[in-house]
Ligand binder design. Structure first.
Ligand code: BV8
Length: 248
């Protein structure tokens, strides 16, 4: 979409010019323009026969560790080829523009850190980190494992991606930092998320309860849309650079 058709409401720009405390929650949609498929999109190729939500579970890994490990290896491959897009880069600028700026992500692709954001609260872990299923310790997975999934060099149990699967608790430190950011902010951006996955989807509600305005950036409606002060119905890679330009 050509950016000259992006309309950012002037009163939103005015609000942001007053340097409010900002919290941002991103989902798979912010990485879509980097070529990283979202969870909602049907998977491609070999993986088209599987539902992402079925594979991202401890049950799937217990049932077929090789299949789940190879799905993550495929996704890591895709992400390695991806570059941060203008949406990611706009959030790096926003971190500098605002005195209080907390970036929370549901994504495990590490693209916010690669783009240059200094503090990123990663609610669901990091696809490039591996951990031992028994000791729960982070282990650097051998580059060319003899067997798939590789085994822990310490106790020989299986290794797994250090991400949060459905039915698993989120890292305590990350969820409490995110909760605090949502409670303290005056403006909460929800960017590129279907707002369906808990407990992340509760964060904008906490912000609202504490009197914050919620701004959504998503080409589609979500269950959060009706509660937003502004809903920028555009791809993040188009809308965020225009918003940053208007603020600079
Ligand atoms: C937990 C890591 C409990 C793995 C992921 C309360 C109510 C109901 C259900 C639950 C509940 N509490 C817990 C649950 C169960 C479950 C849940 O939420 N289920 C859903 C289906 C209802 N939650 C959990 O299991 C969580 N654990 O709560 O534990 C517990 C408590 C005590 C003790 C033990 C356990 C764990 C959830 C984390 C799961 N892991 N990821 C991996 O990546 O492989 S979630 C995974 O899916 C992603 O990380 C992501 O978060 C999620 C997909 O969501 P989105 O990011 O929003 O992406 P999506 O594809 O859905 O949407 C993309 C959006 O972008 C769309 O809206 C689209 O329009 C938009 N878009 C597209 N292009 C663009 C764009 N936007 C902007 N610009 C664009 N260009």
């Amino acid at each position: 979409m050509s950016v000259h058709r992006i309309e950012i409401p002037t009163d939103l720009i005015e609000t942001l010019r007053a340097d409010p405390r900002i919290a941002v929650l991103t989902g798979a949609g912010i990485s879509a323009e980097s070529g990283v498929p979202t969870f909602r999109e049907a998977q491609t190729g070999l993986w088209s026969q599987y539902e992402a939500q079925e594979l991202a579970t401890p049950e799937a890994f217990a049932r077929n560790p090789r299949l789940v490990w190879e799905w993550y290896a495929w996704r890591r491959e895709l992400i390695c080829k991806a570059e941060p897009n203008p949406g990611h880069l706009a959030l790096v600028r926003m971190e500098d523009l605002f005195s209080q700026f907390d970036l929370i992500t549901q994504n495990v692709d590490g693209l916010h850190r690669r783009a240059g954001n200094k503090n990123v609260i990663e609610l669901h872990g990091d696809i490039f980190r591996t951990k031992c299923i028994k000791e729960n310790t982070t282990v650097s997975s051998p580059p060319d494992p003899k067997e798939i999934p590789p085994r822990c060099p310490n106790c020989n149990a299986l290794l797994r991606p250090d991400v949060v699967w459905f039915g698993e608790s989120l890292p305590k430190q990350a969820i409490s930092a995110a909760w605090q950011a949502a409670e303290n902010c005056q403006v909460f951006f929800s960017i590129g998320t279907s707002s369906l996955i808990e407990p992340a989807a509760s964060l904008p509600m906490i912000a609202l309860q504490n009197g914050a305005q919620v701004i959504e950036v998503n080409p589609h409606q979500t269950p959060l849309t009706p509660k937003c002060a502004y809903s920028l119905r555009y791809p993040a890679g188009d809308a965020l650079p225009v918003l940053v330009k208007e603020l600079s």
